[in-house]
Design a protein around this ligand. Structure first.
Ligand code: AP5
Length: 216
């Protein structure tokens, strides 16, 4: 099954995608993670994306479409993928339709994570990630079982994203409203859109998404 998780910054897309990957064998395709890896490696793409991401703006469609096209074509994506952070503009959505059509694949569901905007800044500023395996945590909502030690790989090093601050969050939210939210009616009209309550506890959100997948 191939799905998109759609929602504003901090809605919980990455949290749910990681769990779907671990428990259902689907592959998480996070364009944010791919871009951060490109920035860390100092590649051409990373050089172009770095400042844009730090400001909270969107990286140009031309770069994003090539990135996801290459990733979807890799063999592991054949067992089903979760798009986390893509598409974010109508041009990206159209390019996705085209690349899936050419590859003989289809989009089964688009899951909208409905959230109260007021809660998102708290989620974003409290977020941290294991520097070794990338597992996501939160100071209040998802602390490691042992303080300072990653539950999954035991690493004691954690990182925080440069764009995870209240100021940049305003730009990220504005980009979401102007460029990504219009994708909801786009997918609604095609009958693939389903909603989950992104304000519920993480386990409950996962239960709702699992229900959508088993009914698809
Ligand atoms: P990206 O990395 O995709 O960031 P984002 O969309 O802003 O989403 P986040 O990763 O911030 O949030 P999330 O929904 O995954 O939340 P999470 O699960 O971590 O993109 C970063 C940048 O890259 C963009 O700004 C842009 O510049 C560029 N970019 C990426 N893709 C692009 C594209 N396609 N086109 C153009 N540019 C692109 O949860 C957040 C926190 O809340 C966590 O700490 C978590 O533990 C906690 N939490 C999660 N769920 C719950 C819950 N139910 N209850 C309580 N806490 C919760």
């Amino acid at each position: 099954m191939n799905i998109i998780l759609l929602g504003p910054p901090g809605a919980g897309k990455g949290t749910q995608a990681q769990r779907l990957q671990a428990e259902k064998g689907m592959v998480q395709l996070s364009t944010g993670d791919m871009l951060r890896a490109a920035v860390a490696s100092g590649s051409e793409l990373g050089k172009k994306a770095k400042d844009i991401m730090e400001k909270g703006e969107l990286v140009p469609d031309s770069l994003m479409v090539g990135l996801i096209q290459d990733r979807i074509a890799q063999p592991d994506a054949a067992k089903g993928f979760i798009l986390d952070g893509f598409p974010r503009t109508e041009a990206q959505a159209k390019a996705l339709d085209e690349m899936l059509g050419k590859a003989g694949k289809k989009l089964d569901r688009v899951v909208e994570m409905e959230v109260d905007e007021k809660a998102l800044t708290e989620r974003i500023v409290g977020r941290f990630t294991c520097a070794k395996c990338g597992t996501g945590y939160h100071e209040k909502f998802k602390r490691p079982k042992v303080d300072g030690v990653c539950d999954v790989c035991g690493s004691k090093e954690f990182t925080r994203r440069k764009d995870d601050n209240a100021e940049t969050m305003k730009t990220r939210m504005a980009a979401y409203r102007a460029q990504t939210e219009p994708l909801l009616p786009y997918y609604g009209a095609r009958g693939v859109l389903r909603k989950v309550d992104g304000m519920a506890a993480m386990d409950e959100v996962y239960r709702q998404i699992s229900g959508i997948l088993s009914g698809a």
